[in-house]
Design a protein around this ligand. Structure first.
Ligand code: PEP
Ligand code: MN
Length: 373
């Protein structure tokens, strides 16, 4: 895929007094003035949170649920900003939302997962933003598609918005495991690899879908060097009008960020560096051995392809694959390796074996035919 450069202004340049990490907090949705001001007052009392979030228009999967308080909520956010000094952020899903958010001096716009999936909507927002100077944070699309996420970031950046960040909020999946949305960590990691200057903020609330699971996800996000967290916080989560199970109370959110281990990216300690170098050398050696073994394994696959060709047998042997997979998972378990790892590893190896066998058997057939003619 063609790499388009993003022109990014660092968070430190637009979030006042920004320390290592940016913490955004606030309810899933603005429900009433009292609710919003209560949450803001308590969060402001703790300190540490720089941006106050609240959904004003809520994109609901099914109709008939609370769809947001609308324009009136923007006046409450203005009050919060004046009273407590937070920057404020709301979700915008189209040009009309952008206009209203700007009219009421919202500081940061966020594009939600259900909007990022649609390039028409993202372009409409980008067009509305041309010539405007406001930071925008872009949530990942619902589906695990890095290109769509990148496309949305590029469209907004092309509109002249350089105060830009990505928000990782997990992906829809038929099997998200214990979470509401599958984090698929390799996607934000790949995004970071392609655009090291782009800040990525994690939204552990939507990934988790359950308050008990938020802390682990938040820690993992910081361990992956993400730039901050966007956390859903409600004064009365049990009675929230949306996303009830995943909203923390203000005190819980405060404790959460206080308890996170903030690790450094590098160290100046010579001793540490020496030990690391030794261990990394060992890892390098093991990786080379691993690849040599894979190479030897593939040589056997080629022999198998030859015999299968001579006997006119299909490359895929489902029964063998199922047995092999189960056997490796069981063996892996004895070595304390998790099922997922062994399963995925052998899925990749087996896929390559099949590809190689098909290719080889095709070539053998062509050779045979050309030697006949
Ligand atoms: C939200 O943050 O409340 C929200 C609707 O998020 P998402 O777009 O990630 O579902
Ligand atoms: Mn929500």
């Amino acid at each position: 895929m063609e790499q388009i450069k993003l022109n990014i202004t660092p968070l430190q340049k637009w979030v006042p007094n920004m320390k290592e990490h940016l913490y955004i907090a606030g309810p899933c949705a603005a429900e009433s003035r009292t609710q919003l001001l209560n949450i803001a007052e308590e969060l402001a009392g703790y300190g540490g949170f720089k941006i106050f979030r609240a959904g004003i228009w809520k994109p609901r999967t099914r109709p008939g649920n609370f769809e947001g308080i609308g324009e009136e909520g923007l006046t409450w956010l203005q009050e919060i900003k004046d009273k407590y000094g937070f920057l404020t952020t709301v979700e915008v899903a189209g040009a009309a939302h952008v206009e209203l958010a700007l009219k009421y001096n919202v500081d940061v716009l966020w594009i939600g997962a259900r909007t990022t999936v649609n390039p028409f909507s993202v372009q409409e927002i980008a067009d509305a933003l041309k010539g405007r100077d406001i930071p925008v944070i872009v949530k990942n699309p619902l589906n695990a598609d890095l290109s769509l996420w990148l496309g949305a970031l590029e469209r907004i950046n092309n509109a002249g918005i350089t105060r830009l960040a990505a928000v990782h909020r997990g992906f829809s999946s038929i099997d998200p495991g214990k979470y509401r949305f599958d984090p698929v960590w390799k996607i934000p990691v790949e995004l970071k690899k392609r655009h090291p200057s782009l800040p990525i903020i994690c939204d552990p609330s939507h990934i988790a879908g359950d308050t008990k699971l938020i802390a682990n996800i938040a820690q993992k996000a910081l361990d992956l060097d993400m730039s901050g967290l966007m956390i859903e916080v409600h004064n009365d989560p049990q009675n929230a009008l949306s996303d009830r199970n995943q909203q923390l109370k203000p005190k819980e959110a405060h404790d959460l960020i206080g308890n996170l281990s903030k690790r450094k990216i590098t160290s100046n300690d010579q001793n540490f560096e020496q030990i690391m170098e030794k261990l990394r050398n060992k890892i390098d050696r093991f990786d080379h051995e691993l690849l040599e073994l894979v190479h030897s394994r593939m040589n056997i696959v080629d022999e198998i392809a030859n015999i299968k060709f001579q006997n006119n047998i299909t490359p895929l042997q489902m029964k063998r694959f199922c047995n092999l997979s189960q056997n490796r998972i069981d063996f892996g378990k004895k070595l304390n390796l998790p099922k997922n790892l062994t399963e995925e590893l052998f899925m990749i190896i087996h896929e390559e074996s099949l590809r190689r066998q098909s290719e080889l058997m095709c070539n053998l057939k062509l050779n045979k035919e050309s030697s006949k003619s």
